[in-house]
Design a protein around this ligand. Sequence first.
Ligand code: GLY
Length: 602
Amino acid sequence: MKQRITSYSTCLLLTVGFLACKTQSPSTTSTDKGVTQSQGVYQYRDEDPTVKPFFSDRVGVIGRNGMVASAHPEASQVGLTILKAGGNAVDAAVAVQFALAVVYPGAGNIGGGGFMVYRDNAGKAYTLDYREKAPGRASQNMYLDSIGNVRPGLSISGHLASGVPGSVDGMVEAHKRFGKLTWAQVLQPAIDLATKGFALTERDALGLNRIKNDLNTINPGKTYFLRSTVPTDTVTWHKGELMVQTDLGKTLQRIQTQGRAGFYEGETARLLAQEMVQGKGLITEEDLKNYHAVWRDPLQAKYKEYNVITMPPTSSGGVALLQMMRFTEPFPLRKWGWNRDSTVQVMIEAERRVYADRAKFLGDPDFVKVPVAQLISPDYLRTRWTDFSWAKATDSRNVKGGNIPGYESLETTHFSVVDKDGNAVSITTTLNGGYGSRVVVGGAGFFMNNEMDDFSVKPGTPNMYGLVGNHANAIAPNKRMLSSMTPTILEKDGKLFMVVGTPGGSTIMTSVYQTILNVVEHGMTMQQAVNALKFHHQWLPDKTIFENGAFSEATTQALQNRGYILEKLTNTLGRMDCVLIRPDGTYEGASDPRADNTARGY
Ligand code: GLY
């Protein structure tokens, strides 16, 4: 090892061959043997038989004519029904977004926002930014006290935590441009679920029971999500109970009959503005009327033989994903093997540098100049690699955003849809934290987001995900807060190859990154890639969190010897919902076994 490190230092002195030298791992444990492929299915081999790289043995759903993968079985079923009724991927996606707003109130929403990546079957790509915006009366220091300290919790819970919702306008825009079925048709399944009710899963029931106290405190007198109307009552929801949401059903009917105006004007807008006045929030009817989703140029870049189509800012996710992929592209990850020490080491070091860049450069492109092209350029990324050493973990205190002349509780949600013609939609949507600000709009029956916490409320102060930011992501009226959501589509040889995404706050992009690499580098099926255990590093705090079992003893030992701080999670990472186009043209729908996620295809 010593000899290799010496020759590595020599390499540093040379410009030519820089990466060639860097890609030589000094590892004694990384070998080829972590990877074998048998009939296209990855099989893990390790000297340690106790290691199991997968969260579960779930297998993907195979379909030929359409596939929907989402966080809830009811929502996936809605998407499938729309596809079978002759709807295209956008029709199904719009129907799924509204269905999730009913059956998955923790993250599905009409009171939040999101991002859509769409690739039509002719290969043309589009991205739609329907991220929330700061209200017109928001200000940079609105969460600070008179001496400049952050007032804890204000950006996270209650009325002041909400941005102006974008989901309804996003769906209106998407459907207007690409939908095939009528607006009324795609809204109807969600209306049915709200008015006729749906049977709660165990997870649905636990989620609502968990926030019972908040519901009572923040929403006195409102009973929509409480099992019992008596605040002191201990009666809770149970699996299999029918949940009916009458007010939400009426709101959805207004949206069905009036389109955008059914939410941003009239009765719904009045109820929302009234809720804000009562709770001392900032959103006005004017803010709602002025909200518009934005079509943005998709962020596209090559990774080996793949073209990656992803979300540009206001999400940091696409930039971060491409940076991470390109950081590690020169390294022989496949040869080293899945989650071998060298593989993990270069991925952690890539993640560290990418999150430092995120904090420095990323924000709403309508307000700040984000140097996207430079950030993903191989030349720039090479300069960020110069302080890397195989021998020792880089110290995050010494890593700052790079120099260029001239950013969840896990309760976001993602869904992927592919129709029979090969049109594909990748959508990530959120209220931010679970059940958002926990404010329910009186009379309208939906939760509001707490997305304001995704701004940098004070430079250097971590948000609820521990992410820090700077002036690029400072609060300003009508500005969009930076996101980590990473809805992504991959092409291979010019054809649709993969639709991918996940919730997970700051861990979204690292989970998407690993899931893609699991398929394209390690030969896993889509479902295996989703099942595979994951890890995450985000620059600050300087530690790598990992799902129990993600690292073998040998990998753990090797990384710790080099100074990496590893922290085993008691919970999980990612709730992926993905679709892979298999060589025979069939679709593999992969839904995350970590929760209620379900793929439905035909
Ligand atoms: N609210 C989580 C995100 O947008 O990244």
